[in-house]
Ligand binder design. Structure first.
Ligand code: UD1
Length: 448
């Protein structure tokens, strides 16, 4: 995969840590990149047709590179110029990506649906759990089985085949026990080339699911109801290539809104789709933050002192689990008490211990974090435990007194397009330095 150079700690011999200087005042404008989770699903979606697809607004991320490697291993031709990625799936040479590649990125499992529906066969290694939870794929598998696929799991590999002579999945009514984003995307992609109509009930409503559906529709798929809890797909015989632009990343946008709020700074960001940020904006406003819409796709944060607030993570349009850690950092520095309840993933509160190292007053009770706001955090050596936790530590570090040193940067590189550069342009001081020079709490290695 041809790629523009990005400075990634994973590519260097000596692991780096990030030093963040605190008590920062930010000012200026941020350009929001394309949505990671849309881009990953849509990259998998290019397997659905034999023509070339041009994807625009692709963010520069390690996760995107990993997905590119998975697609290349299947025989696809990829060519990237800046934020444009051309993918040609004319010749698929194998239905089995290697475990070493799939295990680097959970979302690479999402190739199972398009691969199976296009080739009639898919052999996908199970991606395994990750830092935030076990993350099974049972709902993906149940959906494919309901469409007539024969699926068995042996030696850590999911073997999926379409029996019979016509090599097509059969449309079906599928009720998801939980509105899983990944399972909805797998079934949606598989159903585009199935025979007959598929209805997904209790489907995920996330904007990234809608983006994937729009991409498939642009390729000639027949899909209705994406963005509601019932999606109907009428299978077609084939799809064609498209030129498609990915939506802006609502989680990156939300992270910058919190950056403005936590540093009590006025910053603006675009492009954003404010509807995608409804729960985030609602919570920030309830905390008494001033948010102004300068133009339909531009938001501005106006600094204010903030008060505590209870938050429960939920499937969209509920509050996103991917914003939970960043809000934890913000609530730690807000007036009064807050309770955060994590309901989506079972192990996504590990950043609590790191924020406490910085002076946050947080108590854990099962899946709840009880936060008593403090007036000041202090810089400390901390470890990023997952992608969004790493962003939360950067945000906390920007506001804290003194210098915060963050290790585990591979998490940050996975999912934020040039976060450090974007923050520097707003006036923040951050620097990557070799790990050896630092006095670190421990060497934490977690597979994601
Ligand atoms: C996607 C996002 C991730 C986000 C999450 C929830 C991508 C690449 N990642 O992940 O950033 O945090 O949505 O908004 O889009 N589950 C099952 N069985 C399954 C599938 C899921 O039990 O077959 C469970 C998971 O373990 C988890 C919950 O459902 O507890 C939500 O997972 P899901 O919505 O599938 O998230 P992902 O698609 O993995």
């Amino acid at each position: 995969m041809e790629d523009r150079p990005i400075n990634l700690s994973t590519n260097t011999q000596v692991p780096s840590v990030l030093k963040v200087w605190g008590e920062t005042q930010l000012q200026g404008h941020v350009t929001v990149s394309g949505a990671k989770n849309s881009a990953l699903a849509i990259m998998a979606g290019t397997l659905l047709c034999g023509d070339e697809c041009r994807l625009r607004n692709i963010p520069a991320l390690v996760d995107i590179n990993h997905m590119g490697d998975v697609l290349s291993s299947l025989g696809l031709k990829l060519n990237r110029q800046g934020d444009i990625l051309d993918i040609n799936a004319q010749d698929i040479t194998t239905s089995k990506p290697p475990y070493e590649l799939v295990s680097r990125l959970r979302a690479s499992f999402f190739v199972i649906g398009p691969l199976l529906t296009r080739l009639g066969v898919a052999r996908i290694p199970l991606p395994g759990g990750c830092a935030i939870g076990e993350r099974p794929v049972d709902l993906h598998v149940q959906g494919l089985k309901a469409m007539g696929a024969q699926v068995r799991i042996e030696h850590g590999i999911v073997y999926a085949d379409i029996p019979g002579s016509n090599n097509r999945l059969q449309g079906s009514n599928i009720y998801l026990d939980y509105p899983s984003v990944g399972a909805t995307e797998t079934i949606l992609m598989a159903a585009t080339l199935a025979e007959g109509e598929t209805r997904i009930e209790n489907a995920a409503r996330e904007p990234e699911v809608v983006d994937l559906a729009n991409f498939c529709v642009a390729m000639g798929a027949k899909i209705q109801g994406a963005g509601t809890n019932t999606i109907t797909i009428s299978g077609v015989k084939s799809l064609h290539g498209v030129d498609y632009s990915i939506i802006p990343d609502r989680i990156e946008a939300g992270t910058f809104l919190v950056a403005g709020a936590i540093t009590r700074s006025e910053i603006s960001l675009s492009p954003v789709i404010p509807e995608h940020l409804t729960p985030v904006i609602a919570k920030l406003r309830a905390m008494e933050l001033n948010l102004v819409t300068d133009a339909p796709n531009c938001l501005r944060v106006i600094p204010n002192s903030l008060r505590g607030m209870d938050i429960e993570t939920l499937p969209y349009p509920g509050f996103p689990t991917d914003m939970q850690a960043q809000f934890m950092a913000l609530l730690a520095l807000s007036e009064g008490d807050s309770v955060i309840t994590e309901t989506v993933f079972e192990n996504r509160l590990r950043h609590v211990a790191e924020l406490k190292r910085m002076g946050a007053n947080i108590r854990l009770k099962g899946q709840q974090a009880i936060i008593r706001g403090v007036s000041m955090l202090t810089g400390a050596p901390v470890a990023a435990t997952d992608l969004r936790a790493s962003a939360a530590l950067v945000l906390a570090g920007l506001a804290a007194k003194g210098v915060t040193t963050i290790q585990g940067l591979r998490h940050l590189d996975r999912g934020y397009d040039n976060l450090e550069d974007k923050l520097r342009q707003l006036g923040a001081r951050l620097e990557r330095v070799p790990q050896e020079e630092q006095d670190l709490p421990r060497d934490e290695t977690i597979n994601v």
